[in-house]
Design a protein around this ligand. Structure first.
Ligand code: F6R
Ligand code: MG
Ligand code: MG
Length: 373
């Protein structure tokens, strides 16, 4: 009998140590304790708590399906408790991403970021989960395109007959809150036309075209549209499935050989180079960045994360590798180039995006002083 397993990756900035830098230990401990209890109670089967910069990330594997109210409540209660602790310690930005006070069954749309994927377990199911800080879900558009549509990145698109039919991409229009599905290779140009606009169109799901097998699922939100004002970037998470008729783990990681530019960074208002890092370097420093990305590999096994002899989930810290030194060096070189430009575009985001930041208040202050030219 096939097993249906759900991977839920839910994250939230609940407050951090020294500005928007890292999630400190007392908050980690709350998350560990709550998820440990939930696994003892049988609500979840496995979990792993980590941080990407100032975001607390809860990876949970269970059999309750996507958008399950109990799973979402577990995450919400955990974030609430951690935010209260952050408040007590006067940590920075306590409860930053908890935009609503009440929880009504679904954590989506009330602040935290959610990526979920229910899968029918294959003979072996390798998964890569990604998290990024100081950027938005549009940061995944470029690598997702390369992984699932670019034969110059993914050799399997050319070599593996199981991938011959291509992949389908669900793209969200985050301004109009609408979505469209486009199939590659046939609609590749239309897909690029949309997802090249990374600030508006964001890939939320990917399926293998020939059998609709789910391959990727990301968190796509615009916090500013929920809150009605700038409240930080929607630091994104994503789950990608690998191997055996899907892109190999190495093909999923290949786009990160080079750095590329994403929106976010300082005050969510700049273009910045993505820096792939291991967990030990998952912290934003320089100009509140550069935007960091973490990739963790795991195997889903009979409804849980495959465990070691001590019963601990086995996690591979994929960017903790000299193979990504080049990207990290490029990120720093590009960071230096962009910062030399200070607050001049294109180092700073364009006016549309700036509207959602505090610059709106500056324009308001000057409104009366603008005279006909
Ligand atoms: C970006 C981010 C930081 C802050 C910046 C100013 O997502 O979180 O870059 O925007 O540190 O923060 P405040 O306004 O809280 O002083
Ligand atoms: Mg923060
Ligand atoms: Mg963050």
């Amino acid at each position: 009998m096939s097993i249906r397993t759900t991977i839920s990756l839910i994250k939230c900035d609940v407050g951090s140590l020294a500005g928007h830098h890292i999630v400190p230990q007392p908050l980690f401990k709350i998350a560990e304790r709550n998820l440990q209890k939930a696994s003892e109670d049988g609500l979840i089967n496995s979990y792993y708590v980590f941080n990407v910069g100032d975001d607390l990330e809860l990876l949970m594997v269970h059999t309750k399906g996507e958008t399950n109210p109990e799973i979402h409540k577990l995450a919400w209660d955990t974030f609430k408790e951690a935010a209260n602790k952050a408040l007590e310690l006067k940590l920075y930005g306590a409860g930053q991403d908890l935009l609503k006070t009440a929880f009504s069954g679904n954590i989506r749309g009330i602040g935290p970021g959610v990526a979920e994927m229910e899968i029918e377990e294959r003979g072996s199911d390798p998964i890569v989960v990604f998290g990024a800080d100081k950027t938005s879900a549009g940061a995944f558009n470029f690598p997702l395109f390369r992984i699932f549509a670019d034969p110059m990145n993914t050799a399997g698109l050319v070599i593996d007959p199981n991938m011959a039919g291509g992949f389908k991409f669900e793209v969200m229009d985050t301004v109009k809150n609408k979505k469209v599905v486009l199939k590659c290779p046939e609609e590749m140009y239309e897909l690029i036309a949309l997802i090249g606009t990374v600030q508006r169109y964001m890939i939320s799901r990917v399926w293998r075209a020939r059998d609709n097998l789910i391959c990727a699922s990301g968190s796509v939100t615009r916090l500013s549209q929920i809150a009605g004002k700038y409240v930080g970037k929607d630091d994104p998470v994503m789950i990608v499935r690998a191997q055996h008729g899907l892109p190999a783990v190495g093909e999923i990681l290949a786009p990160f050989m080079h750095s590329y530019l994403v929106e976010g960074w300082m005050r969510g208002s700049h273009w910045g180079p993505i820096m792939p890092v291991g967990l030990k370097d998952s912290k934003c420093t320089l100009f509140d960045g550069p935007p960091r990305m973490v990739a963790l590999g795991l195997q889903v096994t009979n409804g849980e994360i495959a465990k070691d002899d001590e019963g601990k989930p086995m996690m591979a810290d994929l960017f903790d590798d000299p193979a990504f030194e080049l990207a990290r060096r490029e990120a720093l070189e590009n960071a230096a180039m962009l910062r030399r430009m200070g607050e001049f575009e294109p180092a700073r985001l364009g006016p549309d995006e700036m509207e959602y930041t505090t610059i709106g208040q500056i324009l308001e202050k000057l409104r009366e002083r603008f005279k006909p030219a």
